[in-house]
Design a protein around this ligand. Sequence first.
Ligand code: TRP
Length: 368
Amino acid sequence: MSKPVILTGLRANNDLTLGNYFGGLLPIIDMATNKSDEYQINLFVPDLHSFTTPIDHGELQKQIWNNLRLFVAAGLPLDNEDVHLYRQSYVPAHSELTWVLDCFTGFGEMRRMTQFKEKFASLSKEVTVKGAHIGDDGQVQPTTDLTQYLWERTTLGLFNYPVLMASDILLYNATFVPVGDDQSQHLEFTRDIAQRMNSKFGELFTIPKAVIEQHEFFGKDQGLRIKDLADPTKKMSKSDESGKGVIFLSEDPEFAAGKIMRATTDDMANIKYDPQVQPGISNLIEILALTTGKTKDEVANEWQGKSSYGDFKQAVADAVRAFLTDFQAKLAQVSDEAIQAKLSTSETHANEVANETLLRAQKAVGLR
Ligand code: TRP
């Protein structure tokens, strides 16, 4: 028997932040490195998912390759045969299984998906139609022509997103699927549709583990979040408008260091890890620990009892500058030929595995 499969799709349509790197990308690369003795690791770029909301299509290829290069710069081991790296659209079975599963998925079931509702609501913020409004609860009010307008512009692709995601997972018989909390509902849907198909047609799919078991398996440090530098009570997010609180991986290291120096702290003159009382200082401790490869406790101990926020910020700024300089150098050295070679091998393998599962489904529904 082959090893059990851990699978995840990594999406980064925009520039990644320091928060995405330490909270999302790095844990997955570490997992790929450390678990590949016992598991097969499938990492893929969900390129078909990347235009469920409007994008600039002239940029898509560049973004896909940017993602791939980021994985490698972050340490993804390309020479490990148990680590597979592929692009979703290079395995046509994803699209084909999606259609089959679509025909067993309820319209209402998809309409209840939180991410769909949120994206739908956020589209509504981008449009203004005379006489239309968003309610205080952030929901679209059904009384106006805005609702109609939005329904016209919300794509079937966005609606169908979770079914494609279920296909991504089920095609490879994946057991473990590390995803952020915002994707838990999609994972639960994947289990539902797999169970539904299995009870109708016999054992077609491997049921991935429930979200709670995923958390036990991966440890809940997945939730690790770097906070915004200007407002350390919210998480660092690339959608922050001012940009003052966010550090991007591609940012000029000197400029980033300046943002650390201007980060919001407090007036307690006490360097201590206590996110409730001192969110700004705690966030900087977190950042210093991550960028220097130490633990939070080590950093907190080193700085305990010191009171100069200026010195402390300088240390964090130096660490961030060094980290970005090093990461950007690694990124510049990534070999596209090496990536292409890995993609070719992995995509051939992925097609073999996925086509086997697809054939089972096609036979079950009577297409073969
Ligand atoms: N929807 C995921 C995200 O937004 C990306 C993704 C697509 C994915 N297909 C997947 C993750 C399958 C895990 C498994 O992050």
